[in-house]
Design a protein around this ligand. Structure first.
Ligand code: SAM
Length: 182
């Protein structure tokens, strides 16, 4: 088991709580940046079809192993890739969730570093691959740069935004943001 896969942390728990709070069943869900797979496995409990993508092959393997152990393999689709770039524009999702690496690039660790530019690309990608009425659920941090820019972009791409969860840590506040595509 690789040590480089992101270990479930406070941000993971915040996303899990937000996912549970959605309280409905989805046909086709995807997690971007699945890491250990714990969020994807939760999605699998209330999604007909579960997709997960991560840029790290170790993370994809870890997610695969967990989904297999949970008996979800028959309706799971895993990809090693960059955000949703591997999906055709005709492939639309009802639910897209992500706890992206929101820290600004510093030491080159892509499990935790990507920053606002990665989130900006994620929003762009997700806005093209989500159904009308679909939900995009993302975790951001008070340390994320240009948050207002990101929120404005979400609005321009036709999403309504609601903060559905918060977690105060020693040095930052995490936010779970629910965005519904109008
Ligand atoms: C903060 S971790 C979250 C992992 C897991 N979802 C969780 O909540 O514990 C971010 C994950 O995104 C992945 N990642 C980073 N850049 C990515 C990209 N461009 N496309 C897809 N996944 C990416 C990392 O490898 C890492 O597994």
């Amino acid at each position: 088991m690789s040590d480089e896969v992101y270990q479930p942390s406070e941000d993971t728990l915040l996303l899990l709580r937000a996912v549970e709070g959605l309280g409905k069943r989805f046909k086709r869900s995807i997690e971007i940046g699945s890491g250990s797979g714990v969020v994807s496995a939760r999605l699998g409990e209330f999604s007909d079809e579960i997709h997960a993508v991560d840029i790290s092959l170790d993370a994809v393997r870890r997610t695969r192993d967990l989904l297999k152990r949970r008996g979800m393999w028959g309706r799971a689709h895993l990809l090693c890739g960059d955000l949703l770039t591997a999906y055709r524009s005709s492939e639309l999702f009802d639910l897209i969730v992500s706890n992206p690496p929101y820290l600004e690039p510093e030491v080159g660790d892509q499990a935790i570093e990507g920053g606002w530019k990665l989130i900006d690309r994620l929003v762009e990608d997700a806005s093209k691959k989500i159904k009308r009425g679909g939900v995009l659920l993302i975790v951001v941090s008070s340390l994320t740069s240009n948050l207002e820019f990101i929120f404005n972009k979400l609005r321009r791409r036709g999403f309504s935004i609601e903060i559905v969860g918060k977690a105060k840590l020693f040095f930052e506040e995490l936010l779970a943001v629910k965005c519904v595509k109008e």
